[in-house]
Design a protein around this ligand. Structure first.
Ligand code: WT7
Length: 658
């Protein structure tokens, strides 16, 4: 499939001819026409898609309101219900008996849920929540693992106009408490336990711990889905989901909300210690989730789509809970992990469910490459993956070697890979190939989605020529964008619309465009945020957690270093309140601190390296010199200017062999 005669870009992979003929966006000319349509009449373009992709209760008359920029509003006078659009609309269109969700449990047990069943289940849960007094605008925290019930919980909130805030099941009680407290949630929906990789892990017990930490006094009810039947403590505010939904009617009139009504909050790390509650809208968000799901994955009625993300991340919101359902697609929802019972789980599931479009993260691909290279039985070549037609990647840059392996061994050399760049804040894909239109270059997320005005600028917002690295911005607001940081408009404005950038959205990534093709390559974050296995982690957040261990830690600095599997790895430099430990003792204390971080934030934040020092490299004014720590973490010789360093001898200690 490599094009033989493209002199200027030898490594391009052209879209397969079948896709150039049959895709929703078929051929480069079709992409160019859409991009030109958006260029010529930006609001008209998005209004057209909003009418095509969403059923409105009251049609909108205004498209984009910029009068209070950057507090943008889209389709503001329109009303809709997101759950109606995902469920009722499919049933009304004759898709009631179509399978919406193929659920595979950790132990391999499979259940199918049709659109009619998903609608009935959502209505029953919505009625139950209503009975608990939950209604429009109330916040509901969802702390569940992957399940049909978790999707139903999100849809039920949407049906009532309640604002959900899903917290990843791997976050600690502490993180959960902070998120519940910040949203002012009045209810928590959880499960007794979760099952992953053959092990059961607590969920409800962590909700108990979170609430006991205080600050969540608004919570009146905890709704518990019985997943395992394992023993749990029972509080007076706890309610079993199956008892609440028993006998509830299978119809529930949707709450029609304005397009700007918040659909959900989702917390993500920023460059300060406190995670940001990203607030998304109902109308604009749904437009973006639906149109990107359709065009990026070229979803047709007979596709079987599988996004392996967890609903605790934005990918699970846009490409599990909302986008595919808004299109009436069939999707796989998987409870478990890629390595259980062995590292062929994904390949076996693709074969079994005849998955046609598969969307996963580079970190998963890299770990499965390693596993396949070590043990041939789990190599994808041993499985029938011929149902696949499109592959996707998300969360971090995919290195060309992993891209080529994914393309050759999973995609059989015939499936385009859509490398989708986007963020929690963007709501949906922003820069991505379209599989029937965009020639691919491994390692590049290629071109903006039609209607997304992405550009590379300098620190003052001035355009940079192709070929030059700079700051990635989005020049115009788009429908799926973040509306604000929950309860903190000022932080929203300063984080994403700094005054020096001329009103452009600051993504926080560095990037460059290819001089010939204009293709984008993402260079990684330009702020103090790390990307570990596709998860965003703020270095300040980890530092705050470390220094909160007041018995032990005097001072801490956290930096990232490149890692073959996880993309970046977390390295912590720690000064203890006692003398610097060495040898076995250092190992013991590092383990203790890792556990501490696991409890404070969650296992994903545990540093890979912890180094103890008598002090940290600082300037005379007392500022920690992180760029030096980054070099030390990488094991590089220090070549930077150290003349402003107050305590140069510390570098030798930090660089000592580990
Ligand atoms: C950050 C956003 C997008 C949903 C999952 C992560 C990085 C994301 C790519 C990609 C290079 C990527 C960026 C971005 N990122 N996708 N295809 N190529 N980098 O969402 O947690 O909000 O993280 O992930 O650095 O800013 P998130």
């Amino acid at each position: 499939m490599t094009s033989p005669d493209t002199a200027q870009t030898p490594k391009q992979y052209l879209p397969p001819q079948t896709l150039v003929r049959s895709a929703h966006v078929a051929g480069r000319a079709a992409y160019d026409a859409l991009a030109a349509e958006a260029e010529a009449d930006y609001e008209g373009y998005w209004a057209r898609l909003a009418r095509e992709f969403v059923t409105w209760k009251t049609p909108f008359k205004t498209v984009l309101d910029t009068s209070h920029a950057p507090m943008f509003k889209w389709f503001e006078d329109g009303t809709l219900n997101v759950s109606y659009n995902c469920l009722d609309r499919q049933v009304n269109a004759g898709r009631g008996d179509k399978v919406a969700i193929i659920f595979e449990a950790d132990d391999g047990k499979v259940t199918h849920t049709t659109y009619a069943q998903l609608l009935a289940q959502t209505c029953r849960m919505a009625n139950a929540l209503k009975q608990l007094g939950i209604g429009k605008g109330d916040r509901v925290a969802i702390y569940m693992s992957m399940s049909v019930e978790a999707v139903v919980a999100m849809q039920a909130c949407a049906r009532l106009g309640a604002v959900h805030s899903v917290v990843f099941g791997g976050f600690s009680a502490h993180s959960l408490r902070d998120r519940i407290a910040d949203t002012g949630a009045i209810a928590v929906i959880t499960a007794d336990e979760q099952v992953r990789g053959g092990k059961t892990l607590p969920l409800k017990a962590l909700v108990d711990d979170a609430l006991a930490l205080g600050g969540c006094e608004a919570v009146r009810n905890v709704v518990v889905y019985r997943r395992t039947g394992g023993a749990i403590a029972w509080q007076s505010h706890d309610r079993w989901l199956h008892e609440l939904t028993q006998g509830q009617p299978e119809v529930c009139e949707p709450e029609w909300v304005g397009a700007e009504h918040p659909l959900f909050l989702l917390y993500t790390s920023g460059s300060t210690g406190k995670p940001k509650g990203v607030q998304h809208s109902s109308g604009g968000y749904l437009v973006q989730a639906a149109v990107t799901a359709k065009w990026t994955f070229d979803l047709h009625d007979d596709d079987v789509f599988w996004c392996t993300a967890d609903i605790g991340w934005v990918t699970g919101h846009s490409y599990i809970a909302y986008g595919p359902l808004a299109l009436g697609a069939t999707e796989v929802v998987f409870e478990g992990v890629p390595t259980y019972p062995d590292a062929a789980r994904f390949w076996r599931m693709i074969e079994k469910h005849k998955v046609t479009v598969f969307y996963t993260a580079p970190t998963a691909i890299r770990s499965l490459i390693k596993a396949a290279e070590g043990h041939d039985a789990v190599h994808p070549r041993n499985f029938d993956l011929s149902s696949l037609r499109i592959l996707g990647s998300v969360g971090e840059p995919i290195n060309p070697a992993a891209w080529e392996w994914y393309h050759a061994h999973v995609g059989g050399g015939r499936c385009p890979i859509v490398d989708t760049w986007w963020q929690t804040e963007t709501g949906g894909h922003m820069i991505t190939p379209l599989p029937g239109a965009t020639p691919l270059v491994p390692g590049s997320c290629t071109l903006p989605f039609p209607g997304i005005m992405a550009a590379i600028v300098d620190e003052t917002g001035g355009d940079l020529p192709n070929g030059q690295s700079g700051i990635l911005v989005i020049k115009k607001p788009w429908p799926g964008m973040i509306r604000t940081i929950w309860g903190d408009d000022a932080r929203y404005q300063s984080s994403y619309y700094p005054p020096e950038l001329r009103g452009y959205y600051l993504a926080g990534d560095g990037a460059a465009r290819d001089p010939e093709t204009g293709y984008f390559t993402i260079g990684g974050r330009i702020d103090d945020v790390l990307n570990v296995s596709g998860h965003r982690m703020g270095t300040m957040e980890i530092e705050s957690a470390l220094v909160a261990c007041t018995d032990l830690v005097a001072e801490a600095a956290v930096v990232g270093r490149p890692d073959e599997t996880s993309g970046e790895a977390i390295c912590a430099f720690v000064v203890l309140k006692r003398s610097r430990p060495t040898g076995e003792e250092a190992g013991k204390l590092a383990a203790q601190l890792r556990n501490w971080i696991g409890k404070e934030i969650g296992p994903i934040a545990k540093p890979k390296d912890i180094r103890f020092a008598d002090n940290l490299p600082k300037t005379r004014s007392g500022k920690i010199m992180r760029r030096l720590l980054r070099s030390v973490a990488k094991g590089e010789a220090i070549t930077q200017d150290t003349s402003t360093l107050e305590n140069p001898a510390i570098l030798d200690q930090l660089s000592e062999a580990h």
